[in-house]
Write a protein that binds this ligand. Sequence first.
Ligand code: SAH
Length: 504
Amino acid sequence: MGIVYLIGAGPGDPGLLTVKAKEILECADVLIYDYLANKEFISYCKEGAEILYVGKKGGDHTLPQDKINELIVKKAKEGKVIARLKGGDPYVFGRGGEEAEELVEAGIKFEVIPGITAGVAAAAYAGIPVTHRDFTTSVCFITGHEDPTKEKSGHNWEVYAKSNSTLVFYMGVKNLPMIAENLISNGRDPETPVALVRWGTRCNQQSFVSTLENVAEEAANRKFKAPSIIIVGGVCSLHDKLGWFEKKPLLGKGVVVTRAREQSSGLVSTLGKLGACVHEFPTITIMPMADYAPVQKAISSLSDWDWLIFTSVNGVKHFFKQLDESGLDARVFAGLQIAAIGPATAAALVAKGIKPDFVPEKYIAEGVVEGLLERGVKGKKVLIPRALIAREVLPQELEKAGAHVQILPVYETGLSENDPAPILEALESGKINYLTFTSSSTVENFFNLVEPEQFHKFKDSVKIACIGPITTKTLEGFGFEPDIQPEEYTIPGLVDELVKESAE
Ligand code: SAH
């Protein structure tokens, strides 16, 4: 017999999943998930795990609750470990209780992993503590949408209205006029502050504060829809003072990241922390070489060289992988001079215990050439582990300066077979503010996947950011001008420029 974990996925911010939930996702055989749960969590599942979507969107049930229950029981009887993931907390308006009862009846083992419920999290991200000694002694979670088949309402509006409790309504936007009306007619002060938080904890979070008597009209004017949390009570007056999330510099800005997935995590996470809605659209894939014999040979005779120049983090990664596979370690670098083309490459080397002897001030090939000339590269033997196809400026200029250069391909880059449909759709619906290019090949491959003519109509609404002059030049070749190019040709430099641009 299997086991079922009823797991709360939290309100949307992927960081708000619990450690325990992640551990279960990593080992589950089956994942059964809902509409509001973050899709990112699927990536935690092990290879071969069965992924089943049973969510509902509005009134449109993909699978009715009884069928969901049946499915869970059936899978558990097959002896599987099942992660049943639900938005927020499974026992707070999540029908997790019903699913658990069903499991008990079927004699199936289960555990509950609570999640952070939207009523608390969306409020906190909007600057509203649901309890606060100056305002209230209790908090009440209420459904704003009772089971329509119920004969008699379970609400006691008089109690809600007369208590000083903070009232947190789930699923209430449609019924907001009725909710406000019931509270006022039962005696709550019409001036009571009310907050609405839509898409709480996500990059597209929006919130506002009004009063019980005006909130319905204001929500309609602002076109506030589900999913929103409605918070009623004095604590809402802290919204402006304690709000922090919506102050993030890139909040709600749609940013496309075109780097290879293998390289994009740092940029994606930095943008996410700044509040951006990141759209990953990898245009490049990084592949190992078919044959590593030349690399192995070079590694076994490293002492023949004077300089070793790393031009990318990937170069470092693949070179060290080969080093490891040949049973050697960093001692082979003794006596060699080592250069890194930029700070990220340098950091990758430092992580391997190698402090580069030289990192140029300008993070492009031309900068390396200049610096190495100063360091007397003439007549020296230089080995450059890098991608099979890359700019030839570095080796050519070094040769011109009298160095003996050998290129050592340690990986290949290829065009990512990415479906452009989702990105075109996001562009079409105005969700994209920035398109980022971090190398010439991201530009070339982007316009391989999205026709330049197709992109033309977004020219004015989408700002293009290029990491440096070489990337810019490639972009210009496709008939577009960048709006942003940092002075320092690095990812942090690029991010800083996006932040500056957004503040304008
Ligand atoms: N079990 C969930 C609630 C499911 S009911 C939990 O504990 O959070 C669905 C309702 O939750 C939505 O109609 C909305 O009122 C609320 N909700 C869920 N996620 C939300 C979010 N990110 N921001 C605002 N409200 C949210």
